[in-house]
Write a protein that binds this ligand. Structure first.
Ligand code: CTP
Ligand code: ZN
Length: 154
């Protein structure tokens, strides 16, 4: 790749979340609970040209790997995403996200009366639908475009 094409520099160690649905980068940061206050080094590309997709977003987080729950929720808003683990500048692992049957944690149920929002040690659990999530406890639907605004406070 030529210098002219390189938009976001390579990272030494961390995770490159590539082929994100264009426009989803900030929602991905929200899923990861990253708002800049934690001191992480993060690079973001939005609406950049891609071979595989017409346009994509890309997020590079240094010194951080993602939990399975984070990857599961990410797959709901960005089904084509690739998770690349980088160590010492090399991509040592590359995985396409897979849409799971259910996601636990990370997303919170918008129904205030849901047991997952009571003072009980009940973790959230949602069934994954084609266009959103359904709470496994109360049945409330969180549409795909509502996921980012219904995340557990980090
Ligand atoms: N990357 C990075 N820092 C590194 C190594 C890779 O930021 N030290 C980024 C690359 O810029 C790319 C992504 O991680 O956006 C995946 O890298 P690589 O597998 O080398 O690129 P491609 O072969 O183009 O990936 P794919 O086939 O998944 O499109
Ligand atoms: Zn609920």
């Amino acid at each position: 790749m030529s210098d002219k094409e390189l938009r976001v520099s390579k990272i030494r160690d961390g995770t490159v979340i590539d082929h994100l649905t264009a426009g989803q980068a900030l929602n991905v940061l929200a899923i990861l609970g990253i708002d800049g206050s934690g001191g992480e080094s993060v690079s973001i590309g939005m609406n950049v040209p891609s071979d595989r997709l017409a346009r994509k977003d890309i997020v590079k987080v240094e010194d951080r790997e993602l939990s399975q729950s984070e990857v599961d929720v990410l797959s709901v808003i960005s089904p084509e995403a690739t998770i690349n683990i980088v160590r010492d500048y090399e991509v040592v692992d590359k995985k396409r996200v897979e849409r799971p049957d259910e996601v636990t944690g990370v997303v919170s149920c918008p129904n205030r009366n849901c047991i997952t929002n009571a003072d009980e040690p009940v973790a959230s659990r949602f069934e994954v639908l084609s266009d959103g999530l359904r709470c496994g406890y109360c049945g409330t639907i969180v549409r795909e475009d509502e996921v980012a605004s219904n995340l557990d406070a980090a």
